[in-house]
Design a protein around this ligand. Structure first.
Ligand code: G4P
Length: 528
């Protein structure tokens, strides 16, 4: 009989963070290959497209060459169960990515050897730092000329503010690439094009002194490497597991995703050292993964994954206990028991009906809009997992209907689409406007497309005089009432029924804050 402690301990739940084009998709595909999830190094991208090809709004995603959705892939490796949560790649979808990162226990950062630390990596790293998420680093595209490896480590340390502990080190680069040396085991993995698939298919020397190695990589290269390694050892940090788990140090690997080179040393090290699920904070107490009662929270909502059914899937990260198919769970926000029938697991081969799931796993719950991002499920205890915020949007548009008779559908569509979390929907107190807020401008196109496709509503989004939004709170009812009367023109209600100040300019917001010291203006709202 599997028990919750053992099952939790063998889970590794993580996400890959990178700047677009660094090689996230390629690496994902190779990791799945090691997990035996796909037979051939086929393309994850094309698999994705064919699976969603029938869903129309995905066409938009294809057109733009971006990934709007994020999915979950699970595969077994070396006695562990690895859950890889895909993060949307486009810069517009920061908020969505943020929430995915709240659902993982660690992250893998992919850096292009020629480009070094890029802008989006910096942003994602900031997010990881908020939760001290442990991070491993893969420096990719070693088959091409790139920056000097020592300079790259320097760059990571100074720009990202995290110590580097190289675990593998490159022998040459680009045309001169000969392999990597593993600084912990001492092994030398040779780079041979068309091979390097698995350990069995690689040429591995036990150490730099092994007979035959010099012949393979050349005496001069070997001498240079020894010199360089001395320098590296002086200039970098040895791997320190605690520092890694605390998010203060990142183990660094070098390789080439597309050639599947250097990937297995990374995966081996990852399953051994990356953290299994850890205790999580709730409104009441910390919940330990080993507890036998099921708890979990929803970090993502996605509609129309299956074009046959126009329902939505809530992605729930299991935090403790055991989920089994058909069990009942307590939906804390509504106070209702919900039967978790037909929940999905996400084996990389395809989505499957979940028989059971354990801490670290993700299950997909079908629903018709009753479940929201941030919702907690338990077996009866009134807990709420914390730390899954809504961010104040930075861009605003007013929805205008081409056919005024479709107002009802428009309202419904905007409300439902905003439940997925990528956009937010506001109804001003004093007008009939419907204002949509988003973090990225592309979201308005996505919403317009989906309104038409899924709700039959032809709407356009036009500029509106709103610069920023703040949730307003005040413990003193009377003061809040006064504020409401005085600023009714700038106030709105969001989809959750919360009061929001829509500031026409930043200066206006500043003045309002100064003039109403009793009111708290908040840039994020925690999902309650
Ligand atoms: P992303 O998901 O982070 O955006 O990156 P993706 O894996 O799609 O990789 C971006 C490009 O980099 C792809 O080329 C991919 O083949 C290439 N690439 C990935 N890993 C390596 C590597 O180790 N070495 C080299 N030289 N290239 C690599 P593309 O031309 O955009 O697409 P494709 O037509 O090759 O698929």
């Amino acid at each position: 009989m599997p028990d919750v402690s053992t099952e939790a301990a063998r889970r590794r739940t993580f996400a890959i963070i990178s700047h677009p084009d660094a090689g996230k998709t390629t690496l994902t595909e190779k990791l799945l290959l090691f997990g035996g999830a796909i037979q051939m190094a086929g393309s994850v991208k094309s698999r994705k497209t064919s699976r969603h090809a029938t869903s129309d709004w995905m066409a938009l995603e294809k057109e733009r060459g971006i990934s709007v959705t994020s999915s979950v892939m699970q595969f077994p490796y070396e006695g562990r169960i690895v859950n890889l949560l895909d993060t949307p790649g486009h810069a517009d979808f920061g908020e969505d990515t943020y929430r995915v990162l709240t659902a993982v226990d660690s992250a893998l950062m992919v850096i292009d050897v020629a480009k070094g630390v890029e802008e989006r990596t910096i942003k994602l790293m900031e997010v990881c730092r908020m939760r001290d998420t442990p991070i491993m680093t893969f420096i990719n595209k070693l088959d091409r000329e790139g920056k000097d490896p020592i300079d790259l480590l320097d760059e990571v340390e100074s720009v990202l503010g995290i110590q580097c502990a190289p675990v593998t080190w490159p022998i040459g680069m680009g045309q001169r690439l000969k392999g990597v040396v593993h600084l912990v085991t001492g092994e030398v993995h040779l780079y041979e094009q068309g091979r390097n698939f698995t350990r069995q298919d690689s040429t591995i020397f036990p150490s730099l002194d092994a007979p035959g190695l010099e012949q393979k990589i050349g005496g001069e290269m070997l001498a240079n490497l020894r010199e360089e390694l001395e320098l590296v050892q002086g200039a970098s940090h040895p791997f320190d597991k605690q520092a890694y788990l605390d998010g203060k140090q990142t183990p660094v690997f070098f390789g080439s995703g597309v050639n599947n080179f250097g990937v297995q040393p990374l995966l081996d090290f990852f399953v051994e050292h990356a953290p299994s699920p850890r205790p999580r904070a709730t409104t009441g107490r910390d919940v330990a993964p080993q507890e036998d009662k099921l708890t979990g929270f929803v970090f993502k909502i996605q509609a129309n994954m299956d074009p046959q059914h126009r329902d939505r899937v809530a992605f729930m990260r299991v935090c403790s206990g055991r989920f089994s198919a058909g069990m009942k769970a307590f939906h804390v926000r509504s106070g209702k028991e919900v039967k978790l029938a037909n929940a999905l697991t996400f084996m990389a081969s395809d989505r499957e009906i979940a028989a059971e799931a354990w801490p670290g796993d993700v299950i997909g719950i079908h629903n018709h809009g009753t479940i929201s991002i941030g919702d907690t499920f338990t077996e009866g205890e009134a807990l709420g997992f914390t730390g899954i915020p809504n961010f104040a949007p930075e861009l605003f548009r007013r929805a205008r209907l081409r056919d005024p008779l479709k107002l009802k559908q428009l309202q419904k569509g905007l409300a439902q689409l905003s439940e997925e979390g990528a956009t937010q929907f506001f109804r001003p107190l004093m007008s009939n406007d419907l204002v949509l807020g988003a973090v990225g401008v592309l979201q308005f196109d996505v919403v317009a497309y989906r309104l038409k496709d899924e709700y039959g509503v032809d709407a356009i989004f036009e500029p509106v005089q709103v610069a920023t939004a703040r949730w307003v709170k005040c413990e003193d009812e009377k003061k809040l009432e006064e504020f409401r009367d005085k600023h009714a023109l700038n106030l709105a209600i969001d989809a959750a029924g919360e009061l929001v100040y829509l500031a026409p300019t930043r200066v206006n917001l500043q003045l309002a804050e100064e003039r109403s010291p009793a009111i708290r203006f908040m840039a994020t709202r925690e999902h309650a």
